[in-house]
Design a protein around this ligand. Structure first.
Ligand code: C5P
Length: 235
């Protein structure tokens, strides 16, 4: 089954500080988005990558892809994104031609995911899951709180979930295409990942081991870490 990857890259990246849209920031001289595109195209199973660009930035993203070396055996499409990550993914899905029955959804903000993780996700979809998430155990204990009355105020703690049962979830998340399309037609709640929409359908969702290098570049310190990982890879 040919696999397509949808890369939502339409976010502004406010938490990273002022500047260009996050996906267009560079890591060791190369835009984060290009790293993410290469990470998907590195899997031999992936024959199409759809990049969801900032709504007013599709032409810029298209020329960016043209300016960088990418594998010959992979096709690339650029479509304009939307207001929310969910809408951006939906617009990416709508651009998929028939025939790609497995779809990966991968954050542009996770530029360094290793190909073995991508392939493990695809394999688990082939094994019959409706959705597959790469996931890691948590280093920190997690508390559930009551939101503070004022920003920065003390927050009453209400619960401590058993850490051994919690996972931090990464991307690419892998899907049976028909299941993901149905989820995007049916689920209208605000969600922070695509797999949770498939969970709401009652379909089987499984977690496979993620990778620490698949971390999300969110805050300024993450840029330092990402550049260090890249420098180490070149050794
Ligand atoms: O904001 P967050 O880090 O959760 O964004 C995850 C991914 O979703 C990023 O790659 C971002 O570019 C993308 N996104 C998008 N469209 C939006 C908001 C976020 O494609 N409207």
């Amino acid at each position: 089954t040919p696999v397509a990857a949808v890369i939502p890259a339409a976010g502004r990246g406010v938490r990273l500080g002022p500047g260009a849209p996050k996906a267009l920031r560079t890591l060791n001289g190369t835009p984060m988005l290009i790293h993410a595109v290469r990470a998907m195209a590195a899997s031999r199973a992936v024959s199409l990558v759809v990049v969801v660009a900032p709504p007013d930035g599709a032409a810029e993203v298209k020329s960016l892809l043209d300016a960088h070396a990418l594998p010959e055996r992979t096709d690339f499409l650029v479509v304009p994104g939307g207001e929310s990550r969910q809408e951006s993914v939906r617009l990416g899905l709508a651009a998929l031609p028939p025939g790609h029955d497995i779809v990966l959804v991968h954050d542009a903000a996770r530029p360094l995911v290793p190909v073995d993780t991508v392939d493990a996700v695809i394999e688990a979809v082939r094994d019959g899951a409706g959705a597959v998430v790469p996931a890691l155990p948590l280093a920190d204990t997690v508390k559930q709180v009551e939101p503070a009355a004022a920003p920065g105020g003390a927050e009453p703690v209400v619960a401590t979930p058993d850490r051994s049962l919690l996972r931090a979830v990464q991307t690419p998340q892998g899907f049976d295409r028909a299941t993901l399309e149905r989820a995007h037609r049916t689920v209208t709640d605000d969600v922070t990942d695509d797999a949770s929409m498939v969970e709401q359908l009652g379909e089987r969702v499984v977690a496979v081991p993620g990778h620490e290098e698949a971390f999300k570049v969110t805050r300024p310190l993450d840029l330092v870490l990402a550049e260090a990982v890249l420098a180490r890879r070149r050794l």
